[in-house]
Design a protein around this ligand. Structure first.
Ligand SMILES: [Fe+2]
Length: 270
């Protein structure tokens, strides 16, 4: 069958086609010539494939756990007053604002908390990534922000080739808590809906992305007391400023990933 015959058949089909008539031109044509074929030979398969860009882990800790961490911060971290801002980009300017070292070795609560974080990191790297490596939390700090403070877009550094970071929300001011519980924020009319929220960014965005069939490359997270987010350390993020009274308290930590010789060999061979 030549192209002109095919074109003619397509035209005829256009004229006679109805919704209830299945598309069978090729099948009928080939069937006449190939009587050895069965219906199964004409079955097509279709599947949707998505290419994920990012994995992160969310943990919601119980209230008692968060109270214990806050108590440790009030009793040890704040009185120690070991400034950590020389390593951080937070733009914090009120008298009460601070970015402080959270000791992981000197006190029992710090030691236990380090273990909890490392266990979460280990399951994150070993299950979703199927990578039998160990995870070491090597630094941890608290961020005490007040009205007008913000944290510009940044990522975190680690001491190994790959690493993890986390954010734990410990105190959320009423001005942020009392905003409507919306799924997709709308910033028109100066709504302030994402004041004090954390924004994550893993690509270049334009307003037209959704129309051009591009997947999202940014996500905003409402701070909720007790929520921990763990993610690869390269993931850029920022914190929008907020208005109103009260402390927005978070804790962050960085993790080295120590690969076994087998894992290192596996990646070297790729
Ligand atoms: Fe950060």
């Amino acid at each position: 069958m030549g192209l002109s015959d095919l074109s003619k058949q397509l035209d005829e089909r256009k004229q006679t086609s109805t919704k209830s008539q299945p598309y069978a031109m090729g099948r009928q044509t080939v069937r006449k010539a190939r009587t050895d074929l069965t219906s199964k030979d004409f079955e097509a398969s279709i599947k949707l494939k998505t290419m994920p860009a990012l994995k992160w882990l969310e943990v919601q800790f119980p209230k008692v756990f968060i109270e214990e961490i806050n108590q440790y911060i009030d009793d040890v971290v704040i009185p120690n007053d070991k400034d950590y801002s020389n390593k951080l980009v937070g733009q914090l300017s009120s008298d009460k604002s601070a970015q402080l070292n959270f000791p992981l070795k000197e006190h029992e609560t710090g030691v236990q908390f380090k273990k909890v974080l490392e266990n979460i990191g280990k399951s994150f790297i070993q299950k979703p990534y199927n990578r039998m490596s160990s995870v070491e939390c090597f630094e941890c700090w608290t961020v005490h922000s007040y009205e007008g403070d913000y944290n510009p877009l940044h990522d975190h550094g680690v001491q190994t080739q790959s690493g993890l970071s986390c954010i734990l929300y410990l105190k959320v001011p009423d001005s942020i808590k009392n905003k409507p519980k919306i799924e997709v924020p709308n910033l028109n009319h100066a709504s302030g809906e994402i004041d004090g929220w954390t924004q994550f960014q893993w690509g270049a965005n334009t307003m037209k992305d959704i129309y051009q069939l591009r997947e999202q490359t940014q996500h905003v997270v409402r701070p909720v007391e007790g929520k921990l987010l763990m993610f690869p350390n390269w993931l850029s993020h920022m914190v929008w400023p907020f208005r109103g009274e009260g402390e927005r308290r978070t804790l962050s930590a960085n993790f080295n990933i120590h690969d076994s010789p087998e894992v290192t060999k596996q990646f070297a061979e790729r």
